[in-house]
Write a protein that binds this ligand. Structure first.
Ligand code: MN3
Length: 308
């Protein structure tokens, strides 16, 4: 089973100047071929399908640990898209159903406004849906790990390009964090291949050839050692992962370690305000607030009655 914690893995800034065109570009990191939905579901299916778990325990533990972290990366990219779309339509009372969406016609991804409530979608930067064909789960461990190394390399490529294209502070905070954590996963799969085959994967770093410490938004995470730690996302399980994830980091030479704590400390998500022009959570958000208090009143009333 998978436990859920109501926090983001990293802190993201609150909404500022909206950037719907930037949000459309960031979608590539969510539902693109090399996006977080792909890393999450590749490793998740590979872990579900893993045979001879006891015989190859450290590699199973590695896939499970990384798969769970990726689920939280999907949440981080989604939150970034939502943050960047906040305020892109007018929020004054009575804006809908006037021409309140006229200003976003032809800006970014129209589906963010028409098909959704200014929220993230399982799509790439062209608005095409994420596709189950992106999942590679051959059952052959060396093949799957080689695929995963390439997937993380493509993911790093796309993060670097989105970083270059989108200057919004939420996008920069996101890519800064994901470049560091995705870098850990790229190293982890390379190490796993080295243990299995004896090949020297460390010469491939950094791929693409841009040192991670060149990105200012990566620096706070590097200073906290986030480039060296693998989290297990479990209090007790997946302990054998340390048999694979160890040795010097290929870029810095520092020692790779499995974190004692199960997950990053994380941060609370900002409560994003209603966007009434797209009816999220309603064209009249104040009614939703009222229904919450009437639910609470009904619950209190029910609690006061004797049990039957
Ligand atoms: Mn990731």
């Amino acid at each position: 089973m998978i436990l859920r914690i109501d926090a983001l893995q990293a802190e993201l800034p609150p909404p500022s100047e909206p950037d719907p065109a930037g949000a459309a570009a960031v979608q590539e990191l969510l539902g693109g071929k090399f996006g977080e939905m792909s890393t999450w579901l590749n490793y998740t299916f590979q872990s579900f399908n893993f045979r001879s778990r006891q015989g190859a325990r450290p590699f199973y533990d590695l896939l499970c640990s990384i798969a769970t972290e990726e689920s939280g990366h999907v949440e981080l990219v989604s939150t970034t898209v939502n943050t960047m779309l906040t305020g892109a339509s007018p929020v004054e009372d009575g804006a809908a159903p006037e021409a309140s969406l006229a200003a976003v016609k032809g800006v970014g991804n129209p589906h963010h406004f028409i098909g959704g409530g200014q929220g993230a979608l399982p799509q790439n930067s062209q608005g095409r849906p994420w596709n189950g064909d992106y999942v590679f789960s051959s059952g052959d461990l060396v093949e799957d790990l080689t695929h995963n190394f390439f997937l993380e390399t493509g993911a790093r490529n796309n993060k670097l390009k989105v970083y270059e294209m989108v200057e919004h502070p939420a996008a920069r905070a996101l890519t800064g964090y994901l470049l560091v954590r995705g870098g850990v996963h790229q190293v982890a799969y390379a190490r796993a291949l080295e243990w299995l085959t004896g090949c020297d994967m460390m010469k491939l770093f950094p791929s693409p050839r841009i040192p991670t410490d060149k990105i200012p938004e990566c620096k706070p995470h590097l200073e906290r050692g986030e480039h060296l730690k693998l989290y297990r996302f479990s209090e007790r399980a997946y302990q054998e992962v340390g048999a694979v994830f160890n040795g010097p980091h290929p870029e810095t030479g520092e020692e790779l370690t499995v974190a004692d704590e199960p997950h990053p400390e994380g941060a609370a998500a900002h409560d994003l305000p209603p966007q009434p022009a797209v009816f999220a959570p309603s064209a009249m958000p104040e009614e939703i607030g009222e229904s919450r208090s009437s639910c609470a009143a009904r619950r209190a009333f029910a609690g006061s009655r004797p049990a039957t």
